[in-house]
Design a protein around this ligand. Structure first.
Ligand code: G3H
Ligand code: 13P
Ligand code: ZN
Length: 309
């Protein structure tokens, strides 16, 4: 089996009321932990690489590791560029053999977003690659915005039909109140399901993507805090909200922070309990194992895509 696009995965996920996990990868242990979980749960996977990950690991290394994962697992796996912000970056990922790219032009005007997204779609589709775009902007907890500014960041459902028909994009990331990182809400978590439902009504059977969808697993934050780390105020998206999104039009749920937490929690705990260890395999093996446990939990309890490979 070769790398696949997300087309078939999303069509089945939409009809089946579940979502595919898109997991950010930066190194071999993360890839192995995610893929082991996918194997045990027989789940399709999206492995995604940010421009930061490309700089850190060199895309050629990551591509080869992902190819090894496909060969080893036999699972349907898509290799996706996360948050590509220029045509050149998307083109380079496509030329490197990625099967899916995100062009994130959400910080541009609506017209510019359409123009840049269309340019990427044209190049990608000619090569059999699928494209995700974004409308609306994800808030950061550090953005101390007033209510009207906050409303302006949410995706405007009035724009989605024009955007999708003019660009020909394959999936759309929308802003309904999630944000990146481990500090997502100051008070009670709130997501605008009314916007998601209206977008789904306007775009029948069209796959929607949710970024910033880590639940910031409290158990891992706890391990980090008990082993010398400090993360006061860490808070993620409650799992029941993610489950609900997965049963609606959301077909792709992006998870990075929860994997970072798992990796760091395992290493902190191991080093705290074994101060004399200095062989990296001694602490990277438990880190890989906790990534696997975290992903298995997501596949079964949050995404519902176990058994769907
Ligand atoms: O959305 C961003 C992802 O969490 C990737 O983060 O750019 O630090 O690799 P990164
Ligand atoms: P988290 O920071 O919530 O894991 O979001 C990751 C993401 O959206 C990657 O694109
Ligand atoms: Zn994102």
């Amino acid at each position: 089996m070769a790398l696949v696009t997300t087309k078939e995965m999303f069509a089945k996920a939409y009809d089946g009321g579940y979502a595919i996990g898109a997991f950010n990868v930066n190194n071999m242990e993360m890839i192995q932990g995610i893929v082991e979980a996918g194997k045990e749960e027989h789940a399709p996977l999206i492995l995604q690489v940010s421009s930061g990950a490309r700089k850190y690991a060199n895309p050629r290394y990551l591509k080869k590791l992902v190819e090894a994962a496909v060969e080893d697992s036999g699972l349907p796996i898509a290799l996706h560029l996360d948050h590509g912000d220029t045509f050149e970056l998307c083109k380079s990922a496509i030329d490197d053999g990625f099967t899916s790219v995100m062009i994130d032009a959400s910080h541009h005007s609506f017209e510019e977003n359409i123009k840049l997204t269309s340019q990427v779609v044209k190049y990608a589709h000619d090569k059999g690659v699928v494209v995700e775009a974004e409308l609306g902007r994800l808030a950061g907890i550090e953005d101390d915005v007033n209510v009207s500014a906050e409303n302006a960041m949410y995706t405007d459902p009035d724009q989605v039909e024009e955007f999708v028909s003019k660009t020909g994009v394959d999936s759309l990331a929308i802003a309904i109140g999630t944000s990146h990182g481990a500090f997502k809400f100051k008070g009670d978590p709130k997501l605008r399901f009314d916007i998601l439902e209206e977008v789904a009504r306007r775009l029948p059977k069209f796959p929607i993507v949710l970024h910033g969808a880590s639940s910031v697993i409290p158990e891992y934050v706890d391990i980090i805090q008990k082993n010398g780390g400090s993360m006061p105020g860490a808070q993620g998206v409650p799992e029941e909200m993610l489950r609900k999104a997965a049963t609606l039009a959301v077909c792709k749920i992006n998870i990075d922070s929860d994997l970072r937490l798992a990796f760091t929690a395992a290493i902190r705990k191991h080093m705290n309990e074994n101060p004399s260890h200095f062989d990296p395999r001694q602490y990277l093996a438990p880190a890989r194992e906790l990534i696997k446990q975290a992903v298995k939990h997501k596949l079964v309890n949050v995404l519902g895509c176990n058994g769907k490979a």
